[in-house]
Design a protein around this ligand. Structure first.
Ligand SMILES: CC(=O)N[C@H]1[C@@H](OP(=O)(O)OP(=O)(O)OC[C@H]2O[C@@H](n3ccc(=O)[nH]c3=O)[C@H](O)[C@@H]2O)O[C@H](CO)[C@@H](O)[C@@H]1O
Length: 369
């Protein structure tokens, strides 16, 4: 069997696609990944050993402007290319996990009469999936709340949860400590702003860095995002903090995310849906700082699903300060029983069978339909 898999722009769309691709590959499927040639998938997907073809897909501008014409032209070009590629590849199935890169690929598959599935990670679907939902055969959802935003027949919709890469649960702590050069006797604070990093979080960390460097109480793994890395290093130096201090690991982008998650005792994170699925699966207590400008505030919604069960503490962007962040970190690190309760609550929210559920549905779709 052959599948074209698409999804991208950011990691939150790419990693669920790769999780599905890995399982299909194990079952003998031939996989071709199509995405934008300008975005993260063009780097991440070939590194994972998949055939990748980059298209000219572009994100539509948020406001009406002349850029809409160029975006339309580039997406049309991507659509025509996707048609040609799919026609020659003869995919049995096309799966899109959202992001603008998936749009032209899934639409081309619809036109060719291929079987099509989209997966939506968020409670509030992105614009690409909202449009594609009108045409595809099946819609897999992480949150049932997404359904009311989609114009689609109920029979098409399956609640599957978010598929998470198998390597994330399989990672061994010993290997993680070694890989990240961490001290096993100390607690580890993971800081991540999602696949692109979060400037708002990065700017509020100096006190936390200072505390870590001076007190030998906990160590930090900070994933800054590629575009923010230099700024973070500059800021550390300006505050006389040695970026090579043994208690501080500043990393622009970590391909081996399984190690950071396995080593973490506490995570400070944005509230992207894919990140939260990984955090709950790894049962990590979290302090979440949702991106306020995310469409329909979907990151706050995501964060509340954890906070309402006691798995996370939310700090809203408008109340974020270095002092508040440091106080929350210290109060959690000094309260082991609270950390354990949060960890158990996170675990209870984890959707452990999502990937298996998706693969079973795919088997049924390609054999029965
Ligand atoms: C700004 C924006 O629009 N964010 C959206 C985007 O977030 P984004 O693309 O940041 O996705 P998430 O935060 O959900 O997940 C980040 C992903 O990147 C991985 N990772 C991150 C850093 C790193 O160094 N290495 C690494 O591998 C994580 O393991 C995770 O798989 O997609 C999510 C899923 O649709 C949405 O919920 C978010 O609202």
């Amino acid at each position: 069997m052959k599948a074209i898999i698409t999804g991208g722009g950011t990691g939150g769309h790419i990693y669920p696609a790769l999780a599905i691709a890995d399982e299909l590959k194990k079952k003998g499927w031939e996989i071709l990944y199509l995405g934008s040639k300008h975005r993260m998938e063009a780097e991440i997907v070939p590194q994972k050993g998949y055939q990748f073809q980059g298209l000219t897909s572009r994100q539509l501008p948020r406001r009406i402007s002349w850029q809409i014409f160029s975006a339309f032209f580039y997406n049309l070009k991507a659509f025509i290319n996707a048609l040609k590629i799919n026609y020659n590849f003869k995919a049995d199935l096309v799966i899109g996990t959202g992001g603008f890169a998936a749009g032209p690929v899934v639409m081309a598959a619809v036109l060719l009469g291929r079987k099509t599935i989209i997966h939506e990670q968020n409670a509030y679907p992105g614009i690409t999936n909202k449009l594609l939902a009108l045409f595809v055969d099946y819609i897999f959802l992480n949150f049932s709340a997404a359904e009311k935003h989609l114009k689609a027949k109920k029979a098409k919709i399956k609640l599957t949860g978010n598929p998470v890469r198998k390597e994330i649960l399989a990672a061994e702590p010993e290997k993680a400590y070694k890989f990240l050069n961490l001290d096993k006797s100390l607690k580890t604070l993971l800081i991540t702003g999602g696949s692109q990093g979060a400037e708002t979080i990065n700017k509020n960390l100096i006190k936390i860095y200072q505390h870590a460097a001076e007190n030998n109480e906990f160590q930090i793994v900070h994933l800054t995002g590629k575009k923010n890395y230099d700024q973070v290093i500059r800021s550390l130096k300006e505050h006389n903090i040695d970026p090579d201090n043994r208690l501080i690991k500043v990393i622009a982008y970590l391909n081996e995310m399984e190690y950071a998650l396995t080593a973490a005792d506490l995570v400070i994170s944005r509230a992207g849906a894919t990140a939260l699925s990984e955090i709950t699966l790894c049962a990590i207590p979290s302090i979440l700082i949702p991106l306020a400008s995310a469409a329909e505030g979907h990151q706050l919604y995501n964060a509340k699903t954890l906070a309402n069960k006691g798995a996370a503490i939310i700090i809203r962007e408008e109340e974020l300060s270095e002092q508040i962040l440091l106080e929350k970190i210290l109060s959690l690190f000094n309260d082991q029983s609270k950390l354990e309760k949060m960890s158990q609550a996170a675990k209870s929210l984890a959707n452990e069978n999502s990937l298996e559920k998706i693969i079973t549905l795919i088997d049924n779709i390609v054999t029965k339909d």
